[in-house]
Design a protein around this ligand. Structure first.
Ligand code: C5P
Ligand code: C5P
Ligand code: C5P
Ligand code: ZN
Length: 492
């Protein structure tokens, strides 16, 4: 068995075998969509392997968080969606015999190794675009099922063919591929409209297992849940004059089409349209974009690959990987990771209802944050642009806001954006976002965040295209100056 990502198979098997030796495991994960789906995948794999475990979530895996983990009664600790970047600190506890780390992560590793370390970057796979934390956890989950060798037996005793397929998918953990794809999409790994590399291999397994469907579709956010006029009005990645950010324009565009797009007085949603209806709306949209002078390269971005969780009901957030990931961010980034985990584990009652309530306020916070940044503008340096939100944007979402504001009036897409928000009286959170095009020119924000923060007594890391840090308050100007110099070097 080589598993879904052959390069990682051997290391994944070693990690799986080590987990099977443990009496019980502490599962520690990160508080965003990728971290939650990572935890949900690992939790189900551990449960199915009869390994007792407990789950904890951390906003950041800093020294205090690692000390608290080392202090628990658990010897074996499974870190998902973080751990690699903190291996320098984790390694000290390992050396002292305080814990055995098993890490399924995709962030830039610190300068130190450990035996059970599953990270695509160690095997020549890009951790920012080819495999997420949830993807690494999925590879581990698949190896765990193989290592138990219960897979074949469970597959053999199925009744009908379909039942046998489903039993097999569960027995070898392939049904968890859907969550892995929600994690990858949540970490914005789909570039140029689709997932690539190892992620594409996981998509294939999910399709075979019957939990995922893919197709070429309109690449707008909200195809499952947004009423059609809102879907078009709020879509701003590709701006179509007279429709984007234009309530009346979006309405009249739809009303002018010769289609029944309302039912019982309410606008229908994209996901409910027939393929003919979709075709008509999409062609009209493209025609309008062309007539308003939107460049062909932008028009191409209107179409992409959709990742549909086909076992979830039509018209719900759970059916679309992108909407699902936003629903999860709406829980975990507001200290309700338990709610998001519940949804991932199948709670369609109370957890889902709470998640939807949290989603409404998350949406409001994002939109208010984006308005604030766009209204007040950014300060532009030679190579970076930045803003300081103080306590007006929550530190856990300031990075999402920065990324979504890029491209708005006055906020360039040709320089990375650095965002500050207050964390507490002594510390500031920093989030940085770039574009794939800047990364192509040499930008590596993980390096920028790590170097510039350490220069002012903080710490940071992440990915080339998106990274973060914590710095002592009062050092923001010095941090920006450092970052500006490092970006200058990278882009020269
Ligand atoms: O912790 P972590 O890996 O999960 O976070 C990734 C973050 O980077 C997400 O918030 C995601 O939106 C952001 N990102 C981005 N643009 C990309 C890739 C990732 O803003 N192209
Ligand atoms: O940074 P993170 O991965 O959490 O961002 C989620 C992404 O989902 C945003 O960058 C944005 O593209 C999309 N989104 C959106 N509308 C929302 C919420 C999220 O387009 N209301
Ligand atoms: O928090 P934010 O969304 O800006 O994080 C962007 C990326 O940087 C994430 O992948 C996150 O895990 C990483 N990060 C980090 N160290 C920090 C803060 C963020 O590695 N101190
Ligand atoms: Zn991640």
């Amino acid at each position: 068995m080589t598993g879904p990502v052959p390069e990682l198979a051997e290391r994944a098997t070693a990690c799986a075998n080590r987990l099977l030796e443990a009496d019980h495991v502490l599962l520690a994960s990160h508080i965003d969509a990728d971290g939650l789906t990572s935890a949900a995948i690992a939790a189900q794999a551990l449960e199915r392997a009869d390994i007792p475990f407990e789950t904890v979530f951390k906003k950041q895996l800093d020294e205090d968080a690692i000390a608290a983990i080392a202090d628990t009664a658990y010897e074996t600790v499974l870190f998902t969606d973080f751990g690699s970047g903190q291996l320098d600190v984790i390694g000290e506890y390992e050396d002292a015999g305080k814990l055995t780390p098993i890490i399924a992560d995709h962030h830039q590793p610190a300068d130190r190794e450990t035996e059970y370390h599953l990270n695509p970057l160690l095997f020549g796979i890009d951790g920012a675009s080819e495999l997420s934390g949830a993807g690494a956890s999925y590879v581990l989950a698949r190896a765990l099922a193989d290592a138990q060798d219960g897979g074949a037996a469970a597959a053999a005793d199925g009744g009908t063919l379909e039942a046998a397929d489903e039993t097999t998918a569960r027995a070898d953990n392939r049904d968890l591929a859907a969550l892995a794809i929600v994690g990858a999409v949540g970490d914005m790994q789909a570039s140029g409209g689709e997932l690539h590399g190892a992620n594409a291999g996981i998509v294939e397994e999910g399709v075979e297992a019957g939990v995922l469907e893919t197709g070429t579709d309109l690449a707008l956010y909200g195809k499952q849940t947004r009423p059609l006029p809102k879907l078009l009005e709020y879509a701003t990645d590709v701006r179509i004059p007279g429709i984007s950010s234009d309530e009346a324009g979006a309405l009249s565009f739809l009303e002018d089409l010769d289609l029944e797009l309302q039912r019982d007085g309410a606008w229908r949603r994209w996901a409910e349209l027939t393929s003919e209806e979709k075709q008509t709306v999409a062609s009209a949209l493209v025609k309008r974009a062309v007539s308003r002078g939107v460049p062909a390269s932008k028009i191409d971005q209107l179409v992409g690959t959709s990742y549909v969780l086909c076992e979830e009901p039509v018209g719900t957030e759970l059916r679309d990987a992108s909407e699902f990931s936003t629903l999860l961010n709406a829980t975990a980034r507001y200290e309700r990771a338990d709610v998001g985990l519940g949804v991932c584990l199948g709670d369609r009652g109370e957890a889902l209802e709470q998640a939807r309530t949290l989603l409404r306020s998350h949406r409001r916070n994002l939109s208010e944050g984006i308005d604030l940044v766009t209204r007040e503008g950014v300060t532009t340096e030679e190579h970076v642009q930045w803003f300081h939100a103080g306590d007006r944007i929550r530190e856990t979402i300031v990075g999402i806001v920065a990324g979504m504001a890029m491209g708005n009036a006055g906020i360039s897409r040709s320089k990375p954006i650095i965002a500050f928000a207050e964390k507490n009286d002594e510390e500031c959170k920093v989030s940085a976002r770039g574009t794939h095009s800047l990364v192509g020119q040499g930008l590596d924000l993980s390096h920028v965040m790590s170097e510039a923060s350490q220069a002012v007594g903080g710490d940071g890391g992440g990915h080339d295209v998106a990274a973060g840090a914590t710095v002592p308050s009062g050092h923001e100007d010095e941090f920006v100056a450092r970052a500006d110099d490092i970006v200058a070097d990278q882009l020269s």
